[in-house]
Design a protein around this ligand. Structure first.
Ligand code: FKS
Ligand code: ZN
Length: 343
C-alpha cells in the first residue's frame, strides 16, 4: 500500500470551534495525522512518500473559481481587519436575503461556510492544497498499477461542496480525485464514505452524475451533523438517478447493523462495476470517539478493510474524520492492513 503524506498539513491548526454554547479547542488538529503516521509506519504498511504538485486545474474541476479565490485570500483580509485570531463566520444569507455575492469579509465567510466549527487560519490554504495534491498523487499510484493507495491527509474534505466549506473541510479531496480519474480515463467511479458523518459535499458534487456512484453510511441527519442532507430517500437526480445511496443509522446502532449496511453499499458498488473505488475513510465510527455515537471497536476496522478488498477493485483511501486521537492511528492501520491481507 503506497502512502502519501505531506508535513504541510500542520500549517492548518485552528484554535477554536463553536460547540454547543461554548468555544472549545478544535477537534480536527495536527496530532491526528501524527498518530496515523506513527501507526501506519509501525504497521509497516508500505513506503511513505510526499506528493507531486498538481496546481489549480484539478481543483477547478470540482470547486468554483470565486470560491477558490475566497479560500486563498480570506485569511489575509481577515487578519488585516480583525487580527491574528481564527476566521469564523457569524452571520448567514439564509433564504429571503439577497443572493448577491457579498463584498465584506464578514459576509463572505457566511456566504461560503455553513457552520462555526471550521476556522480559516494562516496556513489553511497551504494545508488544504497539499492535501489535494497528496490525494491526486495517491491516485496516480493506482493509475500506475497499485491495488491500493492511502492519502494520509488533513484537513478532511467530504463536507466541502462546489462552493461551500464546513465540517472541518475546505477542499473535497475525494471528489477532486474522483473527477480527475474520470477526466483521465472516462471510467466510472464508486465512492464509499464510511465516516460517521454524512459526506454532504461529495453527494452534492455528484448528485446528478451517472458516472459517479456515491454511497454513505452515517449518523442519521435527524440526529446528527450535517443535519440538512443525508436521508435515505436522496437517490440522485437526472442522469444520476439511482447513483446516490445513503444509509443513515441512529445513535448507538449495533456494530452488526452497521456491517449489514456496509454489505448493501458494497453490493451497490459491485453492481456499478467501477474502474476505481474511493473510500472516504473516517474512523469516527469508533466506540470511543468524543463527538460520535457509533460503536465500532478496533478489530472491526480490520473486517472493514477485508470487505473493501473483496470488492476486487483498485482502491484509493482518503483520510476524513476520527477524533479519539490515541486510537485513530491503529484503527486506520487496521483498515489498510485488512485490505492488504485480503487484496
Ligand atoms: C461537536 C460538533 C461537531 C462538526 C462535525 C464535523 C465532522 C467532520 C468529519 C470530517 F471527516 F470531515 F472530518 N460538528 N461538538 O468527521 O465528518
Ligand atoms: Zn466525521
Amino acid at each position: 500500500m503506497d502512502i502519501i503524506f505531506d508535513e504541510r498539513h500542520s500549517r492548518h491548526a485552528g484554535r477554536v470551534e463553536l460547540g454547543a454554547g461554548e468555544l472549545v479547542p478544535c477537534f480536527e488538529k495536527p496530532e491526528r495525522a501524527e498518530f496515523v503516521l506513527a501507526a501506519v509506519r509501525s504497521a509497516g504498511l508500505g513506503a511513505i512518500e510526499p506528493p507531486e504538485a498538481y496546481g489549480p486545474e484539478p481543483l477547478k474541476r470540482v470547486h468554483s473559481e470565486p470560491y477558490l479565490d475566497f479560500l486563498r485570500t480570506a485569511w489575509q483580509e481577515w487578519k488585516a481587519l480583525v487580527g491574528d485570531v481564527d476566521a469564523l463566520p457569524s452571520t448567514w444569507p439564509v433564504p429571503g436575503f439577497s443572493d448577491r455575492v457579498p463584498t465584506s469579509i464578514f459576509a463572505r465567510l457566511g456566504y461560503y461556510c455553513f457552520d462555526v466549527a471550521t476556522p480559516i487560519t494562516e496556513g489553511t490554504w497551504e494545508a488544504a492544497t497539499a492535501a489535494a495534491d497528496c490525494t491526486l498523487t495517491a491516485l496516480a499510484k493506482i493509475r500506475a498499477g497499485a491495488r491500493g493507495a492511502f492519502a494520509l491527509v488533513r484537513p478532511p474534505g467530504h463536507h466541502a461542496a462546489r462552493d461551500l466549506y464546513g465540517g472541518y473541510c475546505y477542499l473535497n479531496n475525494a471528489a477532486i480525485a474522483a473527477q480527475h480519474f474520470v477526466d483521465e480515463t472516462r471510467e466510472r467511479v464508486a465512492i464509499l464514505d464510511v465516516d460517521y458523518h454524512h459526506g454532504n459535499g461529495t453527494q452534492s458534487i455528484f448528485y446528478d452524475r451517472g458516472d459517479v456512484l456515491f454511497t454513505s453510511l452515517h449518523g442519521d441527519p435527524n440526529q446528527e451533523f450535517p443535519f440538512y442532507l443525508g436521508h435515505a430517500e436522496e437517490r440522485g437526480a437526472g442522469a444520476g438517478k439511482g447513483t446516490n445511496r445513503n444509509f443513515p443509522m441512529p445513535w448507538g446502532t449495533p456494530v452488526e447493523t452497521w456491517f449489514e449496511a456496509l454489505e448493501e453499499a458494497c453490493r451497490a458498488i459491485e453492481d456499478f462495476a467501477p474502474g476505481i473505488v474511493i473510500v472516504s475513510l473516517g474512523v469516527d465510527t469508533f466506540k470511543g470517539d468524543p463527538i460520535s455515537q457509533f460503536l465500532l471497536e478496533s478489530d472491526d476496522y480490520t473486517r472493514l478493510g477485508e470487505r473493501i478488498a473483496r470488492l476486487g477493485r483498485p482502491t484509493l483511501f482518503v483520510l476524513e474524520g476520527g477524533y479519539a486521537v490515541e486510537e485513530i492511528g491503529v484503527n486506520v492501520a487496521n483498515v489498510l492492513g485488512g485490505f492488504d491481507a485480503s487484496a
